[in-house]
Design a protein around this ligand. Structure first.
Ligand code: AMP
Length: 471
């Protein structure tokens, strides 16, 4: 669920928002395009770089990456969200109709292409519209409501790459479709906030309500009148936005604009009683849950499908918000109907995984390095027969859910013991020629150096005891 943001780039005209040109059916055979003719090959083998704005997740990054994944997965399951996966490629119109024309995401950032059949497709820039599409396509309105779904996947936006802003990035998100209730919004904010908190990052929720579509329309009339009266004080880009997408002026970080916006009309004053009550209930639930939040009257997330609650989550210690939010979301009551479904309400959030990776790294850099706790086991081997037996024992342990460090490619026992020391395991299980013959394993306590011999048949129970899984 993208949020509109301030950009200084000149708008590029794209034809996707115009009526599609209908091609006449031709009887001619399609001309086969050869990709190899058009792709400029590098003359130096192995010198390819990643595409601008896209990056690899290397084994070094993957420890944090997987930690975030498992945290997200476990919290989503704990709150009874079911996993969904939708295709990365969608019809471009899906996002034009949902996110709306006049937004950066649709007008400038979508990865658009025609496939070989001439279908106008895109790489998804966000997931909410895809999930709404899936909800309609699979008749999920006939399931018990609400339908709670979570996802993890890559999104694509052709934006200007900078710190924390990529062209391919990843989101974890949750959507609750089929219920218009403040407790749904509070639950989603709680899941988003607690995912970040469980990762050890202090965060702050920024929250606002933009009411119903009708209330917002009234507010926009008032806002446009006000902005026109202050036109001469506004930055050039905001002047241009008054007519095109006035809500985006509220997003401006320009000092001149901020001063004007602060004095201007606030959307909260345009909400009717029902919208106000709804919003107050969301805030009461957050108080109950001790979730820290600030009311942010300029937070509007400027997309066509939002209504009522909107929120974003920032690292708590960051005054400078230019690197962007860790995540955001809101209620999207009009969306399902906008996409041709029934009048079904929905609400959701998405967190940016790359932004969380940055926050985790910054946190680690700030804190003093703490040596990892003594723990875990290393399985070492010496000699070809022992190596074979080690492979067998590894599988035996894995089937019992026991994961041990090992390196079958290193024949030297010295090297293996050095590694075991470095990663601070409590014990190393050693199998050499003699142990293979005797059917035993030598167990070395890495702290005291004391060694004992145990029967290979007992290895699973011994490993469990050493790991504290079993007494
Ligand atoms: P949005 O759908 O724009 O509200 O985005 C939700 C979250 O995804 C943001 O708060 C960011 O954490 C992350 N995000 C959005 N765009 C990008 C991007 N271009 N690169 C990296 N993360 C992004």
């Amino acid at each position: 669920m993208p949020r509109q943001k301030t950009s200084t780039k000149k708008p590029v005209k794209k034809s996707i928002t115009k009526k599609p040109v209908v091609k006449k059916t031709s009887t001619k055979k399609p001309v086969k395009k050869s990709i190899t003719k058009h792709v400029k090959q590098s003359s130096v083998p192995g010198s390819y770089s990643t595409v601008r704005g896209m990056k690899d997740i290397t084994p070094k990054d993957s420890i944090d990456w997987m930690t975030i994944y498992h945290t997200a997965e476990s919290i989503a399951h704990a709150y009874n969200f079911s996993y969904v996966e939708t295709p990365v490629v969608e019809h471009a119109q899906l996002f034009v109709r949902s996110i709306g024309k006049g937004t950066d995401v649709v007008d400038k950032e979508m990865y658009l292409f025609e496939d070989r059949d001439g279908a106008k497709l895109c790489l998804r820039p966000e997931m909410t519209a895809s999930i709404a599409r899936a909800y309609i396509n699979h008749g999920m309105q006939s399931l018990p409501q609400p339908v709670k779904m979570w996802y993890w996947g890559s999104m694509f936006r052709h934006d200007r790459p900078q710190a924390g802003r990529y062209r391919q990035f990843h989101q974890f998100g949750c959507e609750t479709v089929g219920e218009h209730s403040p407790i749904v919004d509070a639950e989603l904010i709680s899941v988003a906030y607690n995912t970040i908190r469980d990762l050890g990052i202090d965060a702050m929720v920024h929250i606002n309500s933009i009411g119903t579509t009708e209330e917002r329309e009234q507010y926009i009339i008032e806002l446009v009148g006000y902005l026109r009266s202050k036109r001469s004080y506004l930055s050039d880009i905001s002047k241009q936005r008054i007519n095109k997408n006035p809500l985006r002026v509220l997003d401006s970080k320009d000092e001149q604009d901020v001063a004007v916006i602060q004095e201007g009309p606030q959307i909260i004053d345009w909400l009717g009683d029902a919208s106000k009550r709804f919003f107050m209930s969301v805030l009461e639930y957050l108080d109950e849950l001790s979730i820290p939040y600030v009311l942010d009257s300029t937070l509007v997330r400027g997309l066509d499908y939002y209504s009522d609650t909107v929120f974003e989550i920032f690292p708590e210690d960051k005054e400078d918000k230019s690197q962007g939010a860790l995540g955001g979301g809101g209620r999207y009551n009009p969306l399902i109907q906008q996409l041709g479904g029934q009048d079904v309400p929905g609400s959701g959030f998405s967190l940016g995984i790359e932004r969380i990776m940055i926050a985790l790294k910054e946190k680690r850099d700030k804190e003093q390095y703490v040596a990892p706790q003594l723990g875990g086991l290393y399985l070492a081997q010496l000699g070809e027969q022992a190596r074979k037996r080690t492979l067998y024992i590894l599988e035996l342990l894995r089937r019992e859910g026991i994961i041990v460090h090992h390196n079958l490619a290193k024949p030297s026992l010295k090297v293996q013991l050095e590694k075991a020391n470095k990663i601070n395991v409590s014990h190393t299980l050693i199998i050499g020629q003699k142990e293979v013959q005797d059917g035993t394993v030598l167990i070395r306590n890495m702290e005291s150096g004391i060694q004992e011999i145990v029967d290979q048949k007992k290895i699973v129970n011994v490993a469990k005891k050493l790991l504290g899984i079993q007494k």
